[in-house]
Design a protein around this ligand. Structure first.
Ligand code: ZN
Length: 246
């Protein structure tokens, strides 16, 4: 089942009509995944991998169909028979790629000069700490914060003891906690984009894409209880407009 997220990871934004001024902020996670699949494919043999690829393709098809129909609420649900941790893992990689691409369109506008601190409106400021290398939270510019954040997430996704790639390797017991921290941090990038760069997003004609990505993100986190309510405060009204209509 470990194949699922590898199959999905390269196609995160392919179907959502993202165009214009697209600059990949850090494409590491999406671009080389194919080669990883290939390597694995060759090392364990075609016969073993083929059913997994089918499984992954089916999952992809399921998500494309539900996303394509515009029913995001349906798209976030755990497909019948699918392992919850696999589903969380596949989607975590996808949302990471999506935020990477979104923020990537803003890198020339989100600079240490324009955004000397990582804020989400006048009331919220984030300071960076990863609890390992940086234990005491430090105040950094928004682009630096996002760099730390994305590097940290990438480190988690690449850590096979957290996101196992081999078939049958169990997920760690704290897997959901790690996923929750990843989503909490991805949310902060959305919060900064909405509060500090929404006008730029509008001028780039990306607001429909941003809103769709964010809606999908919020419905997913809401479905699986991934972000605490207090963390969502900077975008509370927007979130209520997404959740309430259903
Ligand atoms: Zn900024």
């Amino acid at each position: 089942m470990g194949e699922l997220r590898r199959v999905r990871s390269g196609t995160a934004d392919a179907g959502i009509g993202f165009s214009g001024n697209q600059k990949t902020f850090r494409p590491k996670k999406s671009a080389p995944s194919g080669s990883k699949v290939d390597k694995w494919y060759y090392s364990i043999g075609v016969a073993n991998v083929f059913p997994l690829c089918l499984q992954g393709a089916q999952l992809r098809k399921h998500i494309d169909a539900t996303l394509g129909s515009g029913n995001l609420r349906e798209a976030v649900r755990l497909p019948p028979g699918e392992d919850i941790n696999e589903w969380l893992a596949v989607n975590t990689v996808d949302f990471f790629n999506q935020v990477n691409l979104l923020y990537g369109t803003l890198t020339e506008f989100c600079t240490p000069e324009s955004c000397p601190t990582m804020t989400a409106g006048p009331k919220y400021e984030y300071r960076w700490a990863d609890g390992v290398q940086i234990k005491k939270p430090i105040e950094v510019s928004a682009p630096k914060y996002v760099e730390y954040l994305m590097d940290w997430i990438e480190g988690q996704l690449d850590d096979e003891s957290i996101f196992p790639q081999k078939l049958g390797t169990p997920f760690p017991s704290n897997f959901k906690e790690v996923v929750k921290t990843i989503f909490k941090r991805l949310f902060r990038v959305y919060a900064h984009i909405y509060h500090s760069h929404f006008q730029k997003i509008v001028s780039l004609k990306e607001e429909a894409h941003l809103n769709t990505c964010f809606k999908h993100f919020i419905l997913f986190t809401n479905e699986f209880g991934l972000i605490d309510k207090k963390e969502l405060a900077p975008l509370q009204e927007l979130i209520e407009s997404i959740i309430v209509p259903y």
